[in-house]
Design a protein around this ligand. Sequence first.
Ligand code: OSB
Ligand code: MG
Length: 370
Amino acid sequence: MRISEVKIIHYRAPLREAFTTSFGTMKVRDTVLIMLGDEEGYTGWGEAPVDNGPWYNPETVATAIHVIKDYIVPALRNKEIRHPCVLRGLLSRIRGHNMAKAGVEFALWDLYAKKLGKPLYKIIGGVRKRVEAGLSIGVIGDMERLLKSVAAGLEKGYRRIKIKIKPGWDVLPVKTIRREYGDIPLQVDANAAYTLHDLPVFRELDKFDLLMIEQPLHYDDLYMHSILQQNIDTPICLDESIENIYDALAGYKLGSYRVINIKPARVGGLCETLAIHWFAYQHNIPVWIGGLLETGIGRAFQIAAATLPNIRYPNDISESSRFYVEEIVEPPWKLSSDGTYIVPEKPGIGVEVREDIIIKHAEKVLSYSF
Ligand code: OSB
Ligand code: MG
């Protein structure tokens, strides 16, 4: 592939429902979409699912656009790229900025798969025709409303429920859900809101047979998590702390986790996703695919990643209609009544990107041809 056309788009869409985590509330989705075109006229789309501020990780819309425009695009110019993972070498001088790198790498994967005329999931070694979805429910703070959301999620068929927790909103919602809905597959996500001083909270949570506790401690930490894991039975799942294969290896050696939530964008793309996935497979560590309220474009890469063999829990992939009034892919992602998505068999990401809708909500479009 020789890239001859690039579009970098700041896409901004209101969310149907606000999403609250221990680090903030998102009401509008600001994200960066990337289109790459090659000399033969093929195109590919990607998404860097950053936020409008450095809340989940250090990246923002502005940093992603800056890094893509000023460092990544120049590195692609006049290069014959034989495989999407070649990008890692081309970008090896750029430290960090995993989501910016992932957005561009995703677009290369879509383009590459389209040129080969094959669905993306097959090219990365995926083995599933359907992938399981779990529902992630934000910090709601009102028990009635929380229970209604859980009921609605179960009704839709989601295969497990995850609730966001933060200090002061943890044991009680879990206890209430267990009381009302019994033995459903349930897990919690703290988004790094606790410290080891909160061990008593985790000991309480330990009584509720949760599938896992996601990212309880600091977003950069591996050591404290290893201490916590020694003191509780519920498996710790790391999200924010795992940015690459080195973190996965160090955390494994330390005993910091028993499950990994791989977000393809957080780790810099599908190539690193594959590295972590196969590392975990070798060490018999279950993984699943996490989400960042991606638009339909980002969801396509989550779905492809979720077809890999070592995905052993439901993935955070909610339906398009949960958050978005207008979806930018056709057909939109729709859950089957059994709580799975059918993996598209068409070439590339397998869904059509609606540029007409993207343009309506585009704050900024940068276009380059060379
Ligand atoms: O930690 O998993 C997380 C959403 C925004 C920021 C962080 C997280 C989440 C989710 C994903 O829980 C929800 C989804 O994309 O369906
Ligand atoms: Mg998480």
